[in-house]
Design a protein around this ligand. Structure first.
Ligand SMILES: [Cu+2]
Length: 235
């Protein structure tokens, strides 16, 4: 079980307004223990009775203590039953504070803070990672098309289809590599990812199915794309 339940915290806002809902925010961080590289956060909201609770919006902010580094912000995607999914990436080893903020339908915001010790990268480049046989499972890159050219700064949308593999079941998920380096891991039943920060030049984007232990299935799919140089003369 690589998913660590980081615990429950019943939160009520300071001041104890009488009608405040006691909302629980569960945060699951994967993989465990956290290491520099792709990660995935799953957030579960529960009401005071322990029932799934939907929010208007669930956002995340991850900050490192110490270094002068701007916090990383992300919006979690709703996945039904009060669950929210957020592909994530730990950029540096060290102490991180993750703050989850859920805006409820009444406009009330509840937050949960989790402290994490992120280890250095465990060297999972595409060249030296653990591979397991596909056994008939397959992943196809539907987007971007091979040979696509993107403008500098443009977000590269990644979309896959899968065969004989149920995403979200038994920890099944998929990984995105750029030029052989791990970039994203996408958990839950989600078929899309975004690569917002690729530098100009040619890149190989590869996708692999992954089991609950984050071992890639040997056969994936890949395309070559190009990010154009920024237009000269602009300012
Ligand atoms: Cu993984």
């Amino acid at each position: 079980m690589l998913w660590l339940l980081l615990g429950l915290l019943v939160l009520s806002l300071a001041g104890c307004a009488p009608a405040e809902q006691a909302v629980q925010i569960e945060v699951q961080v994967s993989p465990q223990p956290p290491a520099v590289g792709p990660a995935h956060l799953q957030i579960q909201l529960l009401d005071s009775g322990g029932h799934p609770l939907a929010a208007e919006k669930v956002s995340l902010e991850a900050a490192m203590s110490g270094p002068e580094m701007p916090p990383v912000k992300a919006l979690a995607r709703p996945a039904g039953d009060g669950r929210y999914e957020a592909p994530f990436r730990w950029s540096m080893p060290g102490q991180w504070t993750l703050t989850v903020a859920a805006v409820l339908s009444g406009g009330q915001t509840v937050t949960r803070q989790v402290n994490l010790d992120v280890a250095p990268a465990d060297n999972q480049s595409a060249a030296n990672r653990v591979l397991v046989p596909n056994h008939g499972a397959a992943i196809h890159l539907e987007s971007p098309p091979d040979g696509a050219v993107f403008a500098a700064g443009q977000v590269v949308p990644v979309r896959v289809s899968v065969e004989n593999f149920t995403l979200g079941e038994d920890g099944n998920h998929w990984h995105v590599y750029v030029d052989g380096q791990p970039q994203r891991m996408i958990m839950g039943n989600i078929l899309t990812a975004e690569l917002p920060d690729l530098p100009p030049g040619e890149h190989t984007i590869s996708v692999y199915l992954s089991n609950g232990e984050h071992a890639d299935l040997a056969e994936g799919d890949s395309v070559r794309i190009e990010i154009a140089e920024p237009a000269a003369g602009g300012n």
